[in-house]
Design a protein around this ligand. Structure first.
Ligand code: SF4
Ligand code: ZN
Length: 334
C-alpha cells in the first residue's frame, strides 16, 4: 500500500545470507526509520542519500512499534542486522531504553550487527552491549584528503581506528566499510586507495566490506554523475581489488554492491555483470579467488579506460564522452 510514510513502520525488512561463526547462515535485515544521521543534517557525506530513509518526528513509541513489526517477521534467524541509516549508538536516533529492548528481544541470536559513526563509540556505550555484537564502521578511506574533500566524512581515519580498537578491546567484532571510487578519483587511484585503506583497517577489522560507489538520489555524487563528471566503478576494478587484498589482509573480505549492474552502480558491459557479481557473492563467503575467475571481452575496454584516464588526467565519465564504437568500446550507459 503506497501513501504517507509512517514513523512507526520499518523502512524495510528482508532475509538474506551472511556468515555466523564461519558458516553461511540466514540473516534478517531490519532498516529502521529514525530521526536520522546527525552528520546528514549538517550536510552529510557526498554519496549518501539515506536522509530520505529518515524522518523528523520519530518517537520512542514509534521505535517500539517498529521493533514489534520486526519481531512479527522474525523466524529465529541466527544473525540480525539493524540499520538506521545513521548511528545506532546515537541517543537521538535510538534511545538507550530502545537499544536495551532490542538486545533483550534478540538475545537468543548468535550475532547482532549495527552501524555507528566513531564519535558514538565510547567506553560507556560499549560497556552495556552484549558480546554477540558486531559494530559496522564506515571508514570509507584511510586517506585524510579523500575523507574530507571527496567524501566530506566529518571524521578522520584515526577516529575510526581508535573506535575500532576500542570495540576489539571490549571483546566485540568490527565490520569496516570502504567506499570504492569516491568522487574526483580516477578508477586506478580509487583501486589503490581501497587497497591501502583495507590494509590500514585490517588491524581492527574482523570483516572488510567493499562498497563500490552507488549513485543515490539527491546527493552531490548524483550531481557529478548527471554532469558526466563521475562514472561508478567497473566490476573489474572491484574484482582486482578483492584479488589483490586476498593475500594482504586477515579480515574476511566481502562485497554486496547496491545497484550492481546498473548505470548508477558498479557495472561492466552489461552482458557479464550478473555472472561476475554472483562470483563476488560466492567469494564473499568462500574467500576463494577462483570464484573471481570469470572472463568477458570487456576486460579490454576496462584496461583501455584505465589508460585513457591516465593520459587525459581526468576522473570524468569517459564512456559518455565517446561513442561506444570508438576507442573505449564501452559506452552503453546513458
Ligand atoms: S554515509 Fe553515514 S555518516 Fe555519512 S551522512 Fe550517510 S548515514 Fe551519515
Ligand atoms: Zn563484459
Amino acid at each position: 500500500m503506497k501513501g504517507k510514510r509512517s514513523p512507526s513502520q520499518l523502512e524495510a525488512c528482508w532475509k538474506e545470507k551472511d556468515m555466523v561463526s564461519g558458516k553461511v547462515s540466514e540473516a534478517m535485515v531490519i532498516i529502521m526509520r529514525t530521526n536520522g544521521c546527525c552528520w546528514a543534517k549538517a550536510g552529510g557525506c557526498s554519496m549518501c542519500g539515506y536522509r530520505q530513509a529518515s524522518m523528523n518526528e520519530v518517537t520512542e513509541a514509534d521505535l517500539n512499534r517498529q521493533i514489534d513489526e520486526a519481531l512479527s517477521k522474525y523466524k529465529g534467524e541466527p544473525f540480525v542486522k539493524i540499520y538506521t541509516s545513521g548511528s545506532f549508538l546515537d541517543e537521538n536516533e535510538i534511545p538507550a531504553a530502545v537499544r536495551g529492548r532490542i538486545f533483550n528481544e534478540f538475545s537468543g541470536c548468535e550475532r547482532i550487527l549495527f552501524e555507528s559513526r566513531p564519535e558514538f563509540v565510547t567506553p560507556e556505550a560499549l560497556s552495556v552491549l552484549p558480546k554477540n555484537v558486531t559494530i559496522a564502521l564506515g571508514l570509507e578511506s584511510s586517506d585524510p584528503d579523500i575523507l574530507s574533500i571527496s567524501i566530506n566524512k566529518g571524521f578522520t581515519q584515526e577516529d575510526s581506528r581508535k573506535a575500532g580498537m576500542m570495540i576489539k578491546d571490549a571483546g566485540l567484532k568490527v565490520r569496516t566499510y570502504l567506499l570504492l571510487k569516491p568522487p574526483f578519483l580516477t578508477e586506478k587511484a580509487a583501486m589503490e586507495d581501497t587497497v591501502r585503506s583495507a590494509v590500514f583497517a585490517d588491524e581492527f577489522s574482523d570483516e572488510i566490506s567493499i562498497n563500490p560507489l552507488n549513485v543515490q538520489r539527491g546527493t552531490y555524487a548524483e550531481r557529478l554523475w548527471r554532469a558526466g563528471e563521475l562514472r561508478p566503478p567497473w566490476i573489474w576494478s572491484l574484482v582486482e581489488v578483492l584479488r589483490e587484498l586476498s593475500s594482504k589482509v586477515n579480515a574476511r573480505l566481502m562485497s554486496s554492491p547496491s545497484g550492481g549492474g546498473t548505470s548508477r552502480g558498479v557495472h561492466n558491459c552489461g552482458k557479464c555483470d550478473r555472472e561476475i557479481l554472483d562470483g563476488i557473492e560466492r567469494f564473499s563467503f568462500s574467500q576463494d579467488v577462483k570464484d573471481l575467475d570469470i572472463r568477458c571481452e570487456c576486460i579490454d575496454s576496462w584496461q583501455r579506460y584505465l589508460e585513457s584516464e591516465k593520459i587525459l588526467g581526468t576522473a570524468a565519465d569517459l564512456d559518455r564522452g565517446f561513442d561506444s564504437d570508438l576507442a573505449l568500446g564501452c559506452g552503453k550507459d546513458g
